[in-house]
Design a protein around this ligand. Structure first.
Ligand SMILES: Cc1ncc(COP(=O)(O)O)c(C=O)c1O
Length: 492
C-alpha cells in the first residue's frame, strides 16, 4: 500500500521499523535496549493465547504461573510476588487500594509518580505529603529522612499507609530500613515504589531491595532489565495487609486478559537472573565504573555522583543508584531539554528524560560498550565546545530547601468535576487547581486537583516552561492553569 509523502501517515509498525534501522542508541527504557534475542523470543503470535487448559490463570494461579511467580518471590526475597502486565502503575494502584480504606489519611512522598496521585483521587484519600529536601548542587530531590516519617506518623496517628519512591527517576534512594522501622513501630504499612530498582536485591546487585523491609514493593522489570515494556512485579511481605486484599485489588486494576507473551518474557528474565544474574550485573557495574572514570575531568558538564562527584558530597542523598546517569548542563550553558536535544540530534543518543537543570540517561543490564563510549565522547565534545566558545553558564536558581507542597484545599475528584476557568499561572495564585500539571516523564505533579496554587508553583511552572520542559496540563490548555470557578459550591 502506498502512503502519501507524510511521515505521520505511516502505520505505527513501519515507523518503528524505520526507527529501529537508524543508529539511535537508547539511554531509556525498556532495559533490553532493543537487543535482538534479549527477550528470549517470547513474542511470536504462536505463543499469544488466553487462559486455556494447562496454562493457569493469573488471577487464580495454581500451575505454571504460580511457579513462575514463586520464582520471582524467591529471587527477590519476598513472601509472595505477582506478575503485573499493566506496569508498576497497576501495582501501585492495587497496593494503595489494598492498604488504605476510602477517605483515609496516607503519608506520601511528594516526589511520587502520578499513579500514586491517581489512587488518591480514586479512593478520595487525604494525603499528607513528605517533602524531600532539595540537593542545592543539582536541584534534584533528595532522600526522605526517616525522622520526617517518624514526625509525620506522630502527627497523623490515623495514617493508614506510607508511600515512598526509592530509587527515584534520578536514582536517589532513601534509607528504607530506618523508614520501615518507624512504620512498623507505628503499626502502619509501608509501600515502596521501586519501579526503577528491579535490579536491586539480587546477588551481586547494586543495592538492597525494599523487599527486605517494606510491606509492599512494586518493581518495573522493564525499566532496567531485559523484559518488555509493561512488565512489572508486586511483592507482598506484610503482616498488616492481607494478601487477599492485594489479590482483590489486582482483580480490579489488572487486565483480565494478561498477555502470555509478556508473562513468558518476564519468566525468561527471571530465569536469566537466576542463572547468570551475578555475572551480568557485575558486567553492568563494570561498565558504570568505566563510565565514572571516563567522565573524570569534566568541569562544565557534571555527572551526579560520578567523575569525581560522590554521594558523600551530597548530604541530602542517602545513596545514589550507580546505574543512573544524571547530567547537569548549566556549566555548559545548557538546560536539561537543550542537552537532551543536542545528544539526540548530534550524537544519536536518546535519553530518558529532561528536567529544567539536567537530563537523565538510563542504563540497564543490556547496554553495550559502544553505547556507553558514544555517550562519553558526546559529553567530552560538548564540554570542549563550551570551553572553546567560553559559553556563559546559566545563572543559579533560587532553590527552595524542600520540594514545595501546595496547601490542600479540597478533594481531587470533586475538583476535577467542578466548573472551571483557565488562567495564567500567576493570575491563578490563591485559586484551587482543577487539574494535574506535570512533566512526563517523570510524572511528578507540580499541582494536583484540589490544591491551592501558590506563588512557588506559579514560578516553578514559568521556569520549567522557560527551560523548554514540556508540561502536561490535564485540564487541556497548554500554559494555562485550570482552576475551580469561584462560583463553585463551597462544600466541594
Ligand atoms: C517512580 C515511578 N513509579 C512508577 C512508574 C510507573 O511504572 P510503569 O511504567 O511500569 O507503569 C514510573 C514510570 O516511569 C516511575 O517513574
Amino acid at each position: 500500500m502506498n502512503y502519501p509523502n507524510n511521515e505521520c501517515a505511516l502505520p505505527l509498525e513501519e515507523r518503528l521499523r524505520q526507527y529501529a534501522a537508524t543508529d539511535a542508541y537508547p539511554f531509556h527504557m525498556p532495559g533490553h535496549k532493543r537487543q535482538a534475542g534479549a527477550l528470549g523470543g517470547a513474542l511470536p503470535e504462536a505463543l499469544d493465547i488466553t487462559e486455556i487448559d494447562g496454562f493457569d490463570d493469573l488471577h487464580d494461579p495454581e500451575g505454571v504461573l504460580a511457579d513462575a511467580m514463586d520464582r520471582a518471590a524467591r529471587l527477590y526475597g519476598s513472601k509472595k510476588a505477582r506478575f503485573l502486565v499493566n506496569g508498576s502503575t497497576c501495582g501501585i494502584l492495587a497496593g494503595i487500594h489494598a492498604a488504605a480504606p476510602r477517605g483515609s489519611t496516607v503519608l506520601v512522598a511528594r516526589n511520587c509518580h502520578k499513579s500514586v496521585y491517581h489512587a488518591i483521587e480514586l479512593l478520595d484519600l487525604r494525603p499528607v505529603y513528605l517533602a524531600p529536601v532539595i540537593d542545592p548542587y543539582s536541584g534534584v530531590a533528595g532522600s526522605i529522612d526517616p525522622a520526617d516519617v517518624e514526625t509525620a506518623l506522630a502527627e497523623h496517628p490515623d495514617a493508614r499507609l506510607v508511600v515512598i519512591t526509592s530509587p527515584t527517576y534520578e536514582g536517589v534512594m532513601s534509607e528504607l530500613p530506618g523508614i520501615a522501622l518507624r512504620c512498623s513501630r507505628a503499626g502502619v504499612p509501608l509501600l515502596v515504589d521501586e519501579a526503577h530498582g528491579a535490579h536491586f536485591g539480587l546477588r551481586g546487585g547494586f543495592a538492597a531491595s525494599a523487599t527486605g523491609c517494606a510491606d509492599l514493593v512494586v518493581q518495573s522489570l522493564h525499566k532496567t532489565l531485559p523484559s518488555p515494556t509493561q512488565t512489572a512485579l508486586l511483592h507482598w511481605n506484610s503482616k498488616l495487609i492481607p494478601f487477599e486484599a492485594v489479590e482483590h485489588a489486582l482483580d480490579i486494576f489488572e487486565t483480565s486478559s494478561p498477555s502470555y507473551p509478556l508473562m513468558a518474557a518476564m519468566d525468561h528474565c527471571l530465569h536469566l537472573l537466576e542463572a547468570d544474574g551475578e555475572a551480568l550485573l557485575a558486567a553492568w557495574a563494570d561498565r558504570m565504573e568505566r563510565f565514572d572514570r571516563a567522565v573524570w575531568g569534566l568541569k562544565r558538564l557534571r555527572v551526579l555522583g560520578k567523575g569525581g562527584d560522590a554521594v558523600e558530597l551530597h548530604p541530602d542523598f542517602w545513596y545514589l543508584d550507580p546505574s543512573k546517569i544524571v547530567i547537569l548542563g548549566r556549566g555548559a550553558g545548557l538546560t536539561g531539554p537543550a542537552l537532551m536535544a543536542a545528544l539526540r540530534e548530534r550524537f544519536g543518543l536518546e535519553l530518558e528524560m529532561a528536567a529544567g537543570d539536567y537530563a537523565v540517561a538510563m542504563t540497564g543490564l543490556c547496554d553495550t560498550d559502544e553505547g556507553m563510549e558514544r555517550l562519553v565522547r558526546a559529553l567530552w565534545t560538548l564540554e570542549r565546545e563550551a570551553e572553546e566558545a567560553n559559553v556563559p553558564t546559566l545563572s543559579e536558581r533560587d532553590l527552595p530547601r524542600r520540594v514545595p507542597v501546595p496547601e490542600w484545599a479540597a478533594p481531587a475528584a470533586a475538583c476535577l468535576r467542578a466548573e472551571r476557568e483557565w488562567l495564567q499561572p500567576r493570575q491563578a495564585v490563591g485559586r484551587i487547581s482543577a487539574e494535574y500539571v506535570w512533566a512526563y516523564p517523570p510524572g511528578i505533579p507540580v499541582l494536583t486537583p484540589g490544591e491551592r496554587v501558590g506563588i512557588r508553583q506559579a514560578e516553578q511552572l514559568e521556569w520549567m516552561a522557560a527551560c523548554g520542559v514540556s508540561l502536561k496540563h490535564t485540564g487541556g490548555r497548554e500554559g494555562l492553569l485550570a482552576v475551580v470557578c469561584e462560583t463553585a459550591p463551597a462544600d466541594l
